[in-house]
Design a protein around this ligand. Structure first.
Ligand code: UDP
Length: 194
Protein backbone atom coordinates (compact mmCIF):
# COMPACT_ATOMS: atom_id res chain seq x y z
CA UNK A 1 0.00 0.00 0.00
CA UNK A 2 1.45 3.29 -1.09
CA UNK A 3 -0.69 5.46 1.20
CA UNK A 4 0.49 6.37 4.70
CA UNK A 5 -1.87 8.43 6.83
CA UNK A 6 -0.53 11.07 9.17
CA UNK A 7 -3.39 12.54 11.21
CA UNK A 8 -5.79 11.47 8.43
CA UNK A 9 -3.75 13.14 5.68
CA UNK A 10 -3.01 10.44 3.07
CA UNK A 11 0.61 10.68 1.99
CA UNK A 12 1.75 8.99 -1.19
CA UNK A 13 4.80 7.02 -0.10
CA UNK A 14 7.21 6.98 -3.01
CA UNK A 15 10.67 8.40 -3.63
CA UNK A 16 11.12 11.86 -5.12
CA UNK A 17 12.09 10.34 -8.47
CA UNK A 18 9.11 8.03 -8.51
CA UNK A 19 6.80 10.96 -7.77
CA UNK A 20 8.21 13.12 -10.55
CA UNK A 21 8.13 10.17 -12.97
CA UNK A 22 4.48 9.57 -12.10
CA UNK A 23 3.68 13.22 -12.79
CA UNK A 24 5.66 13.06 -16.04
CA UNK A 25 3.57 10.09 -17.19
CA UNK A 26 0.38 11.90 -16.28
CA UNK A 27 1.46 14.97 -18.24
CA UNK A 28 2.31 12.85 -21.24
CA UNK A 29 -1.10 11.16 -21.12
CA UNK A 30 -2.99 14.43 -20.44
CA UNK A 31 -4.34 13.26 -17.09
CA UNK A 32 -5.53 16.13 -14.95
CA UNK A 33 -3.82 15.95 -11.56
CA UNK A 34 -4.17 17.76 -8.23
CA UNK A 35 -1.06 17.68 -6.03
CA UNK A 36 -0.80 18.89 -2.43
CA UNK A 37 2.69 19.32 -0.97
CA UNK A 38 1.90 19.07 2.73
CA UNK A 39 4.20 20.33 5.47
CA UNK A 40 3.40 19.92 9.19
CA UNK A 41 1.54 23.26 9.19
CA UNK A 42 -0.78 22.00 6.45
CA UNK A 43 -1.35 18.69 8.26
CA UNK A 44 -2.26 20.49 11.48
CA UNK A 45 -4.57 22.87 9.64
CA UNK A 46 -6.29 19.97 7.89
CA UNK A 47 -6.59 18.08 11.18
CA UNK A 48 -8.29 21.04 12.80
CA UNK A 49 -10.36 22.17 9.84
CA UNK A 50 -12.68 19.66 8.26
CA UNK A 51 -13.39 21.66 5.09
CA UNK A 52 -9.70 21.91 4.35
CA UNK A 53 -9.21 18.20 5.14
CA UNK A 54 -11.88 17.30 2.59
CA UNK A 55 -10.05 19.34 -0.07
CA UNK A 56 -6.68 17.79 0.73
CA UNK A 57 -8.19 14.31 0.61
CA UNK A 58 -9.51 15.04 -2.90
CA UNK A 59 -5.96 15.48 -4.21
CA UNK A 60 -4.57 12.80 -6.48
CA UNK A 61 -1.30 12.93 -4.55
CA UNK A 62 -0.26 14.39 -1.20
CA UNK A 63 3.51 14.58 -0.82
CA UNK A 64 5.58 14.92 2.37
CA UNK A 65 6.93 18.46 2.25
CA UNK A 66 9.76 18.29 4.73
CA UNK A 67 11.40 16.01 7.24
CA UNK A 68 8.83 16.96 9.91
CA UNK A 69 6.28 14.76 8.15
CA UNK A 70 8.70 11.80 8.14
CA UNK A 71 9.32 12.27 11.85
CA UNK A 72 5.58 12.53 12.53
CA UNK A 73 4.93 9.35 10.58
CA UNK A 74 7.69 7.52 12.45
CA UNK A 75 6.18 8.45 15.82
CA UNK A 76 2.97 6.82 14.55
CA UNK A 77 5.01 3.74 13.56
CA UNK A 78 4.85 4.45 9.87
CA UNK A 79 7.78 4.86 7.57
CA UNK A 80 7.76 7.32 4.69
CA UNK A 81 10.60 6.80 2.21
CA UNK A 82 11.80 10.36 1.76
CA UNK A 83 10.68 13.94 1.65
CA UNK A 84 9.17 15.24 -1.56
CA UNK A 85 9.10 18.99 -1.17
CA UNK A 86 7.14 21.54 -3.14
CA UNK A 87 10.26 23.47 -3.99
CA UNK A 88 12.24 20.44 -5.21
CA UNK A 89 9.29 19.29 -7.28
CA UNK A 90 8.80 22.76 -8.75
CA UNK A 91 12.43 22.86 -9.88
CA UNK A 92 12.41 19.31 -11.28
CA UNK A 93 9.10 19.86 -13.08
CA UNK A 94 10.55 23.04 -14.62
CA UNK A 95 13.64 21.05 -15.64
CA UNK A 96 11.54 18.43 -17.36
CA UNK A 97 9.29 21.09 -18.89
CA UNK A 98 12.44 22.60 -20.35
CA UNK A 99 13.47 19.22 -21.72
CA UNK A 100 10.06 18.38 -23.24
CA UNK A 101 8.93 21.92 -24.09
CA UNK A 102 5.85 21.59 -21.90
CA UNK A 103 3.47 24.49 -21.39
CA UNK A 104 3.67 26.11 -17.96
CA UNK A 105 1.39 28.67 -16.26
CA UNK A 106 2.55 30.56 -13.20
CA UNK A 107 -0.17 31.77 -10.84
CA UNK A 108 0.46 33.67 -7.63
CA UNK A 109 2.71 35.98 -5.70
CA UNK A 110 2.65 39.74 -5.71
CA UNK A 111 2.65 41.36 -9.13
CA UNK A 112 6.35 42.19 -8.96
CA UNK A 113 7.28 38.76 -7.57
CA UNK A 114 5.33 37.03 -10.31
CA UNK A 115 7.03 39.10 -13.04
CA UNK A 116 10.49 38.48 -11.60
CA UNK A 117 9.85 34.75 -11.28
CA UNK A 118 8.72 34.65 -14.93
CA UNK A 119 11.89 36.46 -16.03
CA UNK A 120 14.12 34.12 -14.02
CA UNK A 121 12.33 30.98 -15.23
CA UNK A 122 12.74 32.11 -18.84
CA UNK A 123 16.48 32.63 -18.29
CA UNK A 124 17.04 29.37 -16.43
CA UNK A 125 14.71 27.20 -18.53
CA UNK A 126 14.78 28.76 -22.02
CA UNK A 127 13.08 25.85 -23.80
CA UNK A 128 9.98 25.51 -21.69
CA UNK A 129 6.87 27.24 -22.89
CA UNK A 130 5.77 29.75 -20.26
CA UNK A 131 2.40 30.41 -21.83
CA UNK A 132 0.84 32.55 -19.15
CA UNK A 133 1.11 34.03 -15.71
CA UNK A 134 -0.85 36.13 -13.25
CA UNK A 135 -0.23 37.52 -9.77
CA UNK A 136 -2.10 35.99 -6.87
CA UNK A 137 -4.27 38.90 -5.78
CA UNK A 138 -7.31 38.58 -8.00
CA UNK A 139 -11.04 38.21 -7.49
CA UNK A 140 -11.94 34.51 -7.46
CA UNK A 141 -15.55 35.26 -8.47
CA UNK A 142 -14.60 36.90 -11.74
CA UNK A 143 -13.56 33.77 -13.64
CA UNK A 144 -11.15 35.46 -16.05
CA UNK A 145 -8.05 33.56 -14.95
CA UNK A 146 -9.87 30.25 -14.93
CA UNK A 147 -11.02 30.94 -18.51
CA UNK A 148 -7.51 31.85 -19.60
CA UNK A 149 -6.10 28.61 -18.17
CA UNK A 150 -8.97 26.68 -19.75
CA UNK A 151 -8.07 28.05 -23.16
CA UNK A 152 -4.28 27.81 -22.86
CA UNK A 153 -4.39 24.18 -21.60
CA UNK A 154 -1.05 24.27 -19.78
CA UNK A 155 0.68 21.01 -18.85
CA UNK A 156 1.69 22.42 -15.46
CA UNK A 157 0.02 25.12 -13.38
CA UNK A 158 2.14 26.27 -10.45
CA UNK A 159 -0.27 27.74 -7.90
CA UNK A 160 1.49 29.93 -5.34
CA UNK A 161 -1.30 31.52 -3.33
CA UNK A 162 -0.04 30.35 0.06
CA UNK A 163 -1.88 27.66 2.01
CA UNK A 164 -4.79 27.05 2.49
CA UNK A 165 -5.79 29.35 -0.39
CA UNK A 166 -3.92 27.50 -3.13
CA UNK A 167 -5.51 24.12 -2.33
CA UNK A 168 -8.93 25.75 -2.05
CA UNK A 169 -8.51 27.47 -5.41
CA UNK A 170 -7.41 24.25 -7.13
CA UNK A 171 -10.22 22.26 -5.49
CA UNK A 172 -12.89 24.81 -6.47
CA UNK A 173 -11.76 25.19 -10.08
CA UNK A 174 -10.41 21.79 -11.10
CA UNK A 175 -13.64 20.84 -12.87
CA UNK A 176 -13.18 23.68 -15.33
CA UNK A 177 -9.94 22.26 -16.70
CA UNK A 178 -9.36 19.29 -18.95
CA UNK A 179 -5.68 18.55 -18.34
CA UNK A 180 -2.62 19.69 -16.42
CA UNK A 181 -0.78 19.19 -13.17
CA UNK A 182 -2.15 21.63 -10.58
CA UNK A 183 0.25 21.93 -7.70
CA UNK A 184 0.22 24.28 -4.72
CA UNK A 185 3.78 25.50 -4.35
CA UNK A 186 3.46 28.12 -1.61
CA UNK A 187 6.53 30.27 -1.16
CA UNK A 188 8.48 28.67 -4.05
CA UNK A 189 7.58 31.62 -6.24
CA UNK A 190 9.35 33.97 -3.84
CA UNK A 191 12.51 31.84 -4.16
CA UNK A 192 12.18 31.75 -7.94
CA UNK A 193 11.86 35.53 -7.98
CA UNK A 194 15.24 35.68 -6.20
N1 UDP B 1 -0.06 34.99 -2.07
C1 UDP B 1 -0.86 35.25 -3.16
N2 UDP B 1 -2.17 35.59 -2.95
C2 UDP B 1 -2.72 35.70 -1.71
C3 UDP B 1 -1.88 35.43 -0.61
C4 UDP B 1 -0.55 35.06 -0.81
O1 UDP B 1 -0.41 35.16 -4.29
O2 UDP B 1 -3.90 36.02 -1.61
C5 UDP B 1 1.35 34.63 -2.32
C6 UDP B 1 2.35 35.50 -1.58
O3 UDP B 1 2.55 36.70 -2.27
C7 UDP B 1 3.57 34.62 -1.57
C8 UDP B 1 3.00 33.20 -1.59
O4 UDP B 1 1.61 33.34 -1.87
O5 UDP B 1 4.30 34.81 -2.76
C9 UDP B 1 3.17 32.46 -0.28
O6 UDP B 1 2.54 33.22 0.72
P1 UDP B 1 2.74 32.93 2.26
O7 UDP B 1 4.17 33.05 2.62
O8 UDP B 1 1.76 33.78 2.99
O9 UDP B 1 2.24 31.44 2.35
P2 UDP B 1 2.98 30.07 2.75
O10 UDP B 1 4.40 30.15 2.25
O11 UDP B 1 2.84 29.97 4.21
O12 UDP B 1 2.19 29.01 2.02
Amino acid sequence: NKIINVLDVPFYNVTFNEMVNTLTNRIQSNQKTFVVTANPEIVMHAYENDDYMQMVRQADFVTPDGVGILIGAKILNNYIKERVTGFDMTMELLNRANEHQWKVYLLGGKEETNEKAVTNIKIQFPNLNLIGHHHGYFNWEDKQIQKEIQQLQPDIVLVALGFPRQEKWIYENLNEFTKGIFIGVGGSIDVLAG
